[in-house]
Design a protein around this ligand. Structure first.
Ligand code: OGA
Ligand code: NI
Length: 344
């Protein structure tokens, strides 16, 4: 029988202890395992953003609206984030996770309320089964409030990550306007509802795993925020639920994966769905993924947009602050919290 790990980070369990079995605290009950045989390989819509500000504007908005309603997920190309900024970001993440254990652990905390921290799994204070993942979490907007907390090793960390955050924020703002417009709302409606805005980023590191069929990098969950912009390396691992089946979404170079979070589902009054997705691990290769979580500010009041609520489609959710929602999410172990905010 495998034993429980004494290391703080799963990466060190793999690289230093060289374990050949998954420790028992990572093993899911039989009915909750990844079941690779029943995963299908498919793609999600790929939308070219080149024409978002050109003569084809209306068509791009329509594609975005359809993708949000039918999939909750899409990919974008010609997104305006320069390749060099993306390459620097990915290399910085790789260099960070390659630092010696003692150096990485200087950033360690298991307190979910800390803005900058290296941690493991999801929330080890509340969860019953651990996940095969280490992660560095950063708050990145307004950047001057947080950058002094960020790691300084590797030496270029702050410069490269800051450039990436600023560039992905521009993309997020364009997508928020497009999603707003696609629902028939004024393009600034959602932007205004987000209050002062917040942007978080996670550097996910999924080490190779000796028994990937027993555990997850991240189990099925929806993102609690507004929209997510996901950068991933060339190693597959993301799976998205579509019509009751898990679909493996293989990486496409120079694209981002965009998914709508719970707050878009609420504002759209369920016209758009925040979809379950998960990250699986594999025997051979480490995987890095870098989601940017674009969020309302904690005081922002979220609820269905009055213009999408009708007599036939009354408000599904009550109003709440994003801070209230976010606290429930961290306490609830990645379970979807939306049902707790329904009107009836
Ligand atoms: C997440 C997430 C997917 C991935 O961090 O919320 O869904 O592929 N990540 O790492
Ligand atoms: Ni997610």
């Amino acid at each position: 029988m495998a034993t429980t790990s004494k290391r703080l980070l799963v990466s060190d369990l793999v690289s230093t202890d060289k374990i050949d079995q998954v420790p028992s605290n990572y093993i899911r009950p039989i009915t909750q395992r990844p079941d690779f045989q029943n995963v299908v390989h498919d793609s999600i819509p790929l939308i070219d953003l080149n024409n978002l500000n050109g003569p084809n504007h209306a068509n791009v908005i329509k594609q975005i609206g359809e993708a949000c309603a039918d999939h909750g997920f899409f990919q974008v190309k010609n997104h305006g984030v320069p390749e060099s900024i993306i390459a620097n970001m990915m290399q910085t993440a790789r260099d960070f996770f390659n630092l010696p254990e003692q150096e990485r652990l200087k950033n360690y905390s298991d307190d979910p309320t800390k803005a900058t921290r290296l941690s493991t799994s999801f929330n080890i204070r509340t969860e019953k089964v651990a996940n095969w993942r280490d992660y560095l979490r950063l708050h990145c907007y307004p950047i001057d409030n947080f950058i002094d907390e960020w790691p300084t090793n590797p030496a270029s960390f702050r410069a490269h990550v800051a450039e990436y955050c600023q560039s992905t924020r521009n993309l997020a703002l364009q997508l928020i306007a497009a999603i707003s417009e696609s629902l028939g709302l004024h393009k600034d409606y959602m932007n205004t509802q987000l209050g002062k805005h917040a942007q978080h980023m996670v550097l996910n590191y999924y080490p190779p795993c000796p028994q990937p069929d027993l555990t997850y990098g991240l189990p099925g969950h929806t993102d609690p925020n507004f929209i997510t912009i996901l950068l991933q390396d060339e190693v597959p691992g993301l799976q998205v639920l579509k019509d009751g089946k898990w679909v493996a979404v293989d990486p496409v170079p120079n694209t981002f994966i965009i998914n709508i979070g719970d707050q878009v589902q609420v504002m759209s009054n369920d016209k758009y769905k925040s979809i379950l997705h998960r990250a699986v691990v594999n025997c051979d290769k480490e995987r890095i993924s870098i989601p940017t979580f674009y969020c309302p500010s904690p005081e922002a009041v979220i609820g269905p947009a009055p213009d999408v609520v009708t007599d036939d489609e009354p408000a599904v959710y009550r109003q709440f602050t994003y801070g209230e929602y976010y606290e429930k999410f961290w306490d609830n172990g990645l379970e979807k919290c939306l049902d707790m905010f329904k009107t009836s």
